[in-house]
Structures are given as structure tokens and as C-alpha cells.
Design a protein around this ligand. Sequence first.
Ligand code: MN
Length: 211
Amino acid sequence: MLAPASPNTADYQLPALPYAYDALEPYIDARTMEIHYTKHHAGYTANLNKALEGHADADKDITHILANISNYSTAVRNNAGGYYNHNLFWAVMAPNAGGAPTGTLADDINRSFGSFEKFKEAFNKAAAARFGSGWAWLVVSNGKLAITSTANQDNPLMDVAEIKGTPILALDVWEHAYYLNYQNRRPDYISAFWNVVNWEQVAQNYNAAKR
Ligand code: MN
């Protein structure tokens, strides 16, 4: 007789932060970055593994889980979102970054939103207007660029999202992302974010999302 199959072990890994905790100073302070990565993101990763322990889908790609999130528990929804969202968030920021996009992404932002300035205004509005905890997104939705926001750790890859799409730029507007440095001043944090956007990575995400 065959031995019974061992239950699937979930083994999502916390990716290495691509820069030092103080690399995004003064826009994002080192203490916030350290707590955000080592406590919050690490926590979502550990809790996702716990929530999927023994589940038939424990070894599935995170995008598969997100695309079918309505089939899972609230613990999976919160932690799968928290895991994926922060993976993307760290990657779309970098030291000595900011400025403006170039090439096709710049052209398509201009075409979709009127100008880069208008795009930023609309994104800022989505980030500022998100009540409570959540995220602002630039996504590719049905082949087009769109701005959206989600509550809690939801994201546009989830089957429950109002506007579905592939995220290419993400901004965390949970208070844990800014409160130590900016306290209640979320708009100041949102303005500062543009100084650390890694447009090269966002352009790569855009090209991958369009395929
Ligand atoms: Mn966060």
C-alpha cells in the first residue's frame, strides 16, 4: 500500500528587501521601513503559510490563490494579499529614483490620463480618499492603464476586486506605512512617495502585464 500523501506544506518566502532600511530616507524613514518589513510583511508571510497549512492549494502560485480568493478563508485573503502587496510595493521603490517614466509607459500614461501631472493627481486622490487601511494601484485592466484602490489587504488580482487588473505600481496607505514619520499627514506621505518610485521596474511590470 502507498503511504498516505503528506499534507501540503505552504512555504511562501519573504523576499529579501532590495535595499537597506535607510535607503529611502528622508521620504520613508529607516525605522518605519524596518518595522514594516520585519514585522508586518514577515507577519503576513508567516500567517499565510499557517492559514494554508495542509490545504490542497498550499503549493500553488500566489496569483492562483488571489484569482480565486473568494474560495478561501478570511485569514488566507488578508495574508495572501499582505504577502503579494508588499512584495510589489518594495520592488516599485528604490533609492535615487522618482522623476518621471519614459518610453511607452510615459506615452500610455499621457494618453490615458492627459499628462503625467494629471495621472499623479488622480493617483494621489485615490490614495488619499481610501478610508481606513488599504492600497492605491496603477493597473493594466483589459489592456488599458487604470487607477484604483482597495481596502485592507485586498488587491486588483482578487476575484472580489471591483476593478480587476494586473498591478504595476502600488502604494500602501495603511497607517503602519507612514505614522511614525508623518503621523496623520497621509497626503505628505503620498507626495513623498513620488521621490522613490522605481519607474524602470514599473515599466518592466507594464511590459509583462501587457503580454
Ligand atoms: Mn503595509
